[in-house]
Design a protein around this ligand. Sequence first.
Ligand code: NAG
Ligand code: NAG
Ligand code: NAG
Ligand code: NAG
Length: 960
Amino acid sequence: MSRYGRQTTSLVLYFNFHFFLSLFCYLPLPTVFSQLSSNQKTAMINLSNNLNTPTRVVPWDVNKEPNPCLWTGVRCNPPTNSSVIQISLSGHFLSSSDFLPLVCRIQSLQILDVSGNHLTTIPPGFISDCGKLGGLKLLNFSMNNLEGRLPDFVGFSGLEALDFARNNLHGSIDSELDGLVGLRSLNLSFNQFTGSVPTRLGKFKVLEELELSMNTFDGPFPAELVGYHNLTLLDLSGNQLSGSVPDGIRELAKLEVLILSANKLSGGIPQSISNITSLWRFAANSNNFNGSIPDGIAEHLKNLDLSYNKLSGSIPSDLLSSWNLHTLDLSNNRLEGQIPPVLSPSLVRLRLGSNFLDGKIPSTANATNQTLTYLEMENNNLTGSIPPELGDCQNLALLNLAQNHLSGALPVELGSLSHLQVLKLQFNNLSGRIPIQITQLPKLSILNISWNSLKGSIPPSVSNMQNLTNMNLQGNKLNGSIPASIAFMDSLMELQLGENHLSGDIPRMPMSLQIALNLSSNLFQGPIPETLSRLSNLEILDLSNNKFSGKIPDFFTGMKTLTQLLLSNNELSGEIPDFGSWVMVNTSGNEGVTNRTKSTLPKSEKKKSYAVTIVLAVVAAVVAFGAVTTVALSLSRQNDRVNDERVQTGEELAVPEVLQGNLLTANGIHRSNIVFTRAMEVVSDRSNIVLKTRFSTYYKAIMPSGAIYFVKKLNLSDKIFQLGSHERFAKDLEVFGKLSNSNVMNPLAYVLTVDSAYLFYEFAPKGTLFDALHGISGDDMDWGSRYSIAVGVAQGLSFLHGCTPSPILLLDLSSRSILLKSLKEPLIGEAELLKVTDPSKSTGSLSTIAGSVGYIPPEYAYTMRVTMAGNIYSFGVILLELLTGKPAVSEGIELAKWVLSNSAQQDKRDHILDYSISRTSIAVRSQMLAVLKIALACVSVSPEARPRMKSVLRMLLNAR
Ligand SMILES: *[C@@H]1O[C@H](CO)[C@@H](O)[C@H](O)[C@H]1NC(C)=O
Ligand SMILES: *[C@@H]1O[C@H](CO)[C@@H](O)[C@H](O)[C@H]1NC(C)=O
Ligand SMILES: *[C@@H]1O[C@H](CO)[C@@H](O)[C@H](O)[C@H]1NC(C)=O
Ligand SMILES: *[C@@H]1O[C@H](CO)[C@@H](O)[C@H](O)[C@H]1NC(C)=O
């Protein structure tokens, strides 16, 4: 373009402006400006034609733009543009690899990026032809569905960077990369490679970056790697490495980032790490490292994570004061002794929780620390009082000192922490009164000072904390009455005041209460106050162990969201009102209470159906690990792809033989529709594939009755599947088949064959939410659809989170893992994979593969643990996608971060919304703004500040 521009400038010198305009506007764009050789131009046009049959997938059109150098994703060599040097075809839904050998005809090619497509194979012609291109520097195949082994790279003498991350490649790696003499960067992470860590990575050992995380490499830490002296980045996390880390690692003198998290490494943390002066990030969490932490290890480090190991001994005296240290996580070890007194002035996050630390919290530590934002020392044996100097840490957002032996009063100085959002001091021996200063914390959202020895009354000024969502004062010695001002705490969702000496009148409670109101084990008496009937969102009400008297009021039956009503051990009398069967009512220990004679059954049936959508009660006992959906094919483009696949593979696989097939669903319609043998015919034909995810392949199966189902093949080669025995697998699935929720994909049936397992689901004809919102041929989704989807996903997720005794957590929740039955009915996919995973992988390694970029909560970077709060963050991102119409990551910027930084001012929030939707009406706009508020709470940086899923659902329903 600049060449064209320069020429026109000179033209202007000679001709008048009008003439220039007519020249610019009316002459067809002259091809003379393209200086590409005709060879290259032909090659590019061939490539464009190949890519664009039968539909236009790539926006390259020689009729519209004759100069291929100006096509999207194409770069030619500056300044003359005489040859093509870069082709980027990232994210174009390409599934056929036929075009690849054509690329190799561009002799001048330096960079080829085909990341983020649906490619399954690399044709041999590509390797042999492109191998001859001496100038080819970078090959990017990341985020496809490549299967099979790593290709044998012959030639490629100029290759510097090779990226195969996030595919389904397997097998071990031996000599495949031997020929790559100039390789500087290799990324094979998120595949299913096995065997020992590859160490033949280019003859001249010039490698700088090696990323092998999330595979199944095993064996010891490879000593040969130490010979790659140029390494700056080494990431081996999420594998099965065992044994100790050799001291020779110090020879990697240029190392900047070393990540060994989530393996089975043991022995000591090598002292020699401290000799690597360039190293700024070191993560060795979730291993079996033992012994004590070596001295001087953090001298140069900015981020150090040694959490979830078996480290013992005391914290080295200089560790916390290391000058550059920003984040330090030593939680969940066996560390003992005192906390060293001096903290680095750079520290942002310090986690020392769940160790055996004792002594006092050092006070000198905190005096001048202005950067410290997260301080966690919970679950240790700390004694003494809370140092008032903590009040000087002006940036503190999270302070967790719970479960220690701290005593003395709550220091008034904490009241000056104007950024504090979470204060957790429960389970200590704190005494004295609740200082008024604490109630002035403007940003506090969680206050937990339960199970201490606090006395006096609750200060009326608590109502100043307008952002407080959870207040837990349970288990203290508080007396007097509850201040009337509590009615004005408009954000309060949970109020726990049980086990105190409170008495007097119960004031009006804020209508925002949802999670629980607990007044149990106090000295309240008299009738149950009428004002409680206003709490139309409340789920748990506990009034037990008081002296309430009179009748059990009838208004309780009108509180539609109530699931637990605890009235035991009072002085109540009369009949128990007629509650729906979903309400757990305990009236024991009330002498005067009698059972109602069962005469009003029909009425209770009616109520049940009214409330059944609200009450999400489940029986199953499961811990879930979903799958990482890497790339999903667009269902709407299924026909094109079907053709591609058939041409490409040209094979018909043998029909698998059914070893065992069982129906899980009780639904008679499905039971008569599903025919196992038909399903096996379907899966033997690759053209029936409609969707591929990291752990499974979805086929569209049309049954003889005409009914359509998804048949999902589990990728059993993947390490997380543990098909121990067929019986166990079947039993596990049967348990899961009983979980039913209309917004979660529940297995209806399964089939086992010799080498695979197939699950049957309802068909979701609209594809993934991602494609519907952001896909090329996506349907237009109005606000009604988007809102329904938000509520549906929230319903499914609160169902999964509410499962007892352990919640079902999703490893990867994104718009790609949500399928659409219709544009209003979402289904959360892959939640059931839990039962076929190996539980031994559950705590450490598996969690490190959590999520898709853009949906991963910030704390996962430090904690490497999948949590409910993490799921809520991901859900918040999905809400933001629905509100803004933008994908979770665009142009390298995460949507959540963009929205957070643009939403500080209320008046700016309008600009965040998808204008094509928000302009439709004032009502839509105000609903969108209300949902935006909920989304913002979900993506709070601090996990503690995020609401629980039940509350999110309630808030969404209220936003209507
Ligand atoms: C070369 O191509 C680039 C786009 O790839 C364009 O911006 C630039 O103006 C072209 N330069 C010349 C001299 O044509
Ligand atoms: C390959 O592409 C992905 C996604 O487009 C990108 O994140 C990654 O950085 C690229 N890899 C290299 C080595 O450039
Ligand atoms: C407060 O602490 C209690 C006791 O450990 C715990 O059960 C509760 O979940 C905590 N609440 C919040 C909001 O942190
Ligand atoms: C009321 O009925 C329940 C179950 O039918 C029984 O367990 C309970 O003891 C009864 N209570 C009274 C006061 O009769």
